[in-house]
Design a protein around this ligand. Structure first.
Ligand SMILES: Cc1cc2nc3c(=O)[nH]c(=O)nc-3n(C[C@H](O)[C@H](O)[C@H](O)COP(=O)(O)OP(=O)(O)OC[C@H]3O[C@@H](n4cnc5c(N)ncnc54)[C@H](O)[C@@H]3O)c2cc1C
Length: 377
């Protein structure tokens, strides 16, 4: 039984169906993908600063690279590369450390000095840039394409998917999961996966468990058609300002602010659009002439150390967590589905050791801290 029909729940459902796990049911309170997945901008990168995130990226990349063969759906994966820009000495030091770590995994990440960045990206304001990193394996794909690939394949593998089915209660008997009750039905099951995205903590409360995931609003904006002289433009991150941009069809996608206070608010506001535009004009002066055409907001599912919370829960047998992706859930969804299906069917995730991502790390004080505040797409 899987609660949540976003990209994570559907990837888990697909992998369980694929391995002929018996009766697999997925319950979605609204429509498939209506949560964070439909608000996501599809970024996929190898450039992470912790080993565990790099492992999830590399494993997921195998699926994105062969998505069409496996699922019969074109994921629209565009490897435009990610360019991280450093503007302080501390960032330079951290980025260079990241390059060493990423290269250990065979990732072809490059350190670029300011002259090389100027040569490749003549549209950037350069006076405060001290260097940057670029990886040609990074890029972005279509969240709705990937979601439908997983859901079509899950259904084909026999998974039963219910939309409009909101889980209201999870039944536990003597410390063991026995089933769930929705707005209309009861289902019995010895295993329940929490794939509730930003709602993960509300689902945790149903078994008296504190799942430390906060919903934080992120806004993004898209310009009307606009060109920067036909250049090939990587997804570019002004790390210090927490701002990024990339091509979006004929215009540009500009990141807006990330809220500091948790809420389920998914409206866009004028101040956020102004902030996104100011950051854009600062780093790419030519964008002053671009016009914002639309915008939207969605919820990140932030954990205390910006890493996922995966696996079993002490004291509630059969309850499995697949939460807290902290803005990286789309790109890691293929690997997450695989490891959670291994955990359920084999008792242990073998493709990647997920023990560092256990919920118990918060009580034990074993947080997975990154060298600097994590970047979020
Ligand atoms: C603006 C924005 C940009 C992003 N960009 C990127 C990016 O570039 N790259 C990347 O990797 N990630 C990105 N993310 C993050 C990514 O969208 C999420 O990590 C990912 O979609 C999480 O998927 P999920 O399936 O866990 O959650 P969701 O897609 O939110 O799915 C959870 C589902 O659970 C359902 N649900 C909740 N409670 C119940 C209940 N009681 N009963 C039944 N159903 C329930 C919800 O309706 C929802 O559909 C971005 C997020 C935002 C907001």
């Amino acid at each position: 039984m899987i609660i949540g029909g976003g990209v994570i729940g559907l990837s888990i459902a697909y992998h369980l169906g694929q391995r002929k796990a018996g009766k697999v049911v997925l319950l979605e309170k609204g429509q498939l993908g209506e949560g964070s997945t439909s608000r996501c901008v599809g970024g996929i990168r190898m450039q992470f600063s912790t080993e565990i995130n790099i492992r999830f990226s590399l494993e997921s990349l195998k699926t994105f690279d062969h998505f069409q063969e496996e699922f019969g759906v074109n994921p629209e994966f565009r490897k435009i590369g990610y360019l991280f820009l450093a503007t302080t000495e501390q960032e330079v030091e951290t980025f260079k450390g990241n390059v060493i770590l990423q290269r250990r995994f065979g990732i072809p990440v490059e350190w670029l000095d300011p002259d090389e960045i100027r040569r490749r990206c003549p549209y950037l304001r350069m006076d405060d840039i001290l260097g940057g990193t670029f990886c040609a394996w990074d890029g972005y794909a279509g969240p709705s394409e990937v979601l439908s690939g997983f859901s079509i394949a899950a259904k084909r593998a026999g998974v039963m998917i219910y939309e409009g089915a909101e889980v209201k209660e999870i039944e536990v008997n003597q410390g063991k999961i026995t089933g769930v009750r929705t707005n209309g039905e009861e289902f019995s099951s010895p295993v329940v996966v929490n794939a509730g995205g930003p709602y993960a903590s509300l689902i945790g409360e149903m078994v008296n468990l504190h799942v430390p995931v906060k919903p934080l609003r992120r806004q993004v904006f898209v310009t009307a058609p606009f060109d920067l002289a036909g250049q090939s433009i990587p997804l570019t991150i002004d790390f210090h300002r927490g701002w990024y941009f990339r091509r979006e069809v004929d215009g540009f996608l500009l990141s807006g602010p990330l809220d500091k206070e948790p809420s389920f608010n998914t409206t866009t506001d004028y101040e956020a659009m102004v902030e996104a535009s100011e950051n854009a004009i600062y780093r790419v002066p030519a964008l002053e002439k671009a016009r914002i055409a639309r915008g939207w907001a969605g919820l990140y599912e932030i954990s205390p150390d910006n890493h996922a919370i995966l696996g079993k829960v002490p004291g509630v047998e059969g309850f499995i967590l697949a939460n807290g992706f902290s803005g990286h859930g789309f790109q890691h969804s293929p690997a997450v589905g695989k490891v959670i299906s291994e955990l359920i069917l084999d008792g242990k995730a073998t493709t990647i050791d997920i023990s560092p991502l256990s919920i118990e790390r918060f009580e034990k004080g074993e947080l997975l801290l990154e060298p600097m505040t994590a970047f979020k797409e």
